[in-house]
Design a protein around this ligand. Sequence first.
Ligand SMILES: Cc1cc2nc3c(=O)[nH]c(=O)nc-3n(C[C@H](O)[C@H](O)[C@H](O)COP(=O)(O)OP(=O)(O)OC[C@H]3O[C@@H](n4cnc5c(N)ncnc54)[C@H](O)[C@@H]3O)c2cc1C
Ligand code: SF4
Length: 510
Amino acid sequence: MIASLLERGGDLVERADVCVIGSGGGGAVAAAELAAAGLDVVVLEQGHHWTAKDFSQREDEMLPRLFEEGGMRATKDGTVTILQGRNVGGSTVHNLCYALRTPDPILRMWRRQHGLESLTRDALNPSFARVEKHLRVKPIRDDEVNALNRIIRHGARQMGYSGFVTKHNREGCVQSGYCILGCSYDAKQSMLVTYVPRASQAGARIYANARADRIEAEGGRARRVLGSVVDLDGAVRGSIEVSARAIVLAAGAVASPDLLQRSGLGGSRVGRHLHVHPSVMAAGFFDDEIHAYRGIPQSYYIDEFIDLDADPQRGYVLMPIAAFPVLTATQMPGFGREHFHWMKQYARMAGLLVLLHDRSEGRVRPGHSLSRPEIEYRLNADDAQQLAQGLVHCAHVLFAGGARRVVIPFSPEPLVLERGDDPREILRRGVRQGEIPIASTHPQSTCRMAADATAGVVNEWGEVFDTAGLFVADMSVFPTSLGAPPQITTAALADRTAHHILERRAELFA
Ligand SMILES: Cc1cc2nc3c(=O)[nH]c(=O)nc-3n(C[C@H](O)[C@H](O)[C@H](O)COP(=O)(O)OP(=O)(O)OC[C@H]3O[C@@H](n4cnc5c(N)ncnc54)[C@H](O)[C@@H]3O)c2cc1C
Ligand code: SF4
């Protein structure tokens, strides 16, 4: 059952074996695995239950519907935009479907440097296999590589940079290109069309417009979730109380630490160690129209500048990016006529992102309201230098791919490079927060896994150190920055946590 508490009206009082908070990349997986094994599961999702018929392919309608703070969530100082989903299915509803497993050197580092001995490839393989089966992960076919990604692949090959066409989780994709606004064709195998229906068919009661406000524990054990029925603007329309013998917190790496801190749970490390995979963009302008926004947005992936075997804590990848007009406009330099000049060339524009495997850290703290946690993040000097170096490589790839001009959206003065100019000018300008748009689609690590409570918030199975029966199953449990697209790792760790709960069934649900 998937029900909107807004449409149903009134308050909600429920009792369940497990209450799952959040229905995105981690929560939906945990809910489905637990319900399929016969447990009584209630899911609380603050967002609305939008489906394919609601995905209008219009930015002005979909950004407010699908994204936290209407797509305007940002760090406290406004220098880093953070995109996160707020709907049944979470951020997977508008993600871009790169589907890669956790890199082996990252698992090795988590074992050796963070004491997480059981996180081996062999131990995770059953979880990866289940997740990839349900998300229908497969290689992207060559005929599915769109014009933007072909240009980037050509540029990378010209430069001799290593890259590959990735796997994805799409089935019957008509290559419309609207992934980031939700898939109107139900082709994207997001949680909305995979694990959420699976959980519902297995008997889970999934409530939309149901925000968890507080988790209560008694005698060191998780007991209940208190919350609010919220409308589309977040206004409170009723109250929620769910008593449960286990609670799985999967509200994402911003809301999960916020909720724990508001509940006085999780210890002193909650909200710390925020990594965001910060990204900056270069825009190439071509003589011919590319219509970069048509077709599968991201399929090629340049991994030349990340060697996790050599250094598991450093490096960056380059990813093609095509945004819709409003998002593009936020990245383009200038005002008035100057801005118009750049936007007129929209159809001839190709973007390339640097996505950094960051060591810089930030912090999430409760803000003045539940929907607006306070987020801080500062780039350290080495990370800023790597982003600048990455932009130089972006410029090389775009020129080698045929661009006549490359623009780096520095503010207030964009850097315009003509073919033949030396892109190392980017290094002289440098990447400084507030002087170039920085975006994050992968906030993580704010309730990190660790060997004990002095270093993190949850143990290697996702259980909160100071609260028995309270588990975290979302991107916030990553011990460090992942350095790769995170949805498969998030889902696999959530699957593993769910199966751990099932193994402890007799003790937890006695
Ligand atoms: C634009 C974009 C593109 C991306 N592209 C890729 C990609 O190509 N490949 C990849 O691997 N990853 C990608 N990702 C990341 C991927 O989507 C995430 O790894 C994954 O969704 C994380 O799952 P999660 O459970 O941590 O959080 P989410 O999926 O964000 O789910 C959290 C859920 O909790 C709900 N919630 C929050 N607070 C509360 C509360 N108090 N009460 C109840 N519910 C609450 C939210 O509404 C949300 O539905 C992308 C992300 C974005 C934003
Ligand atoms: S490109 Fe494919 S997955 Fe993306 S919105 Fe279009 S049909 Fe859906």
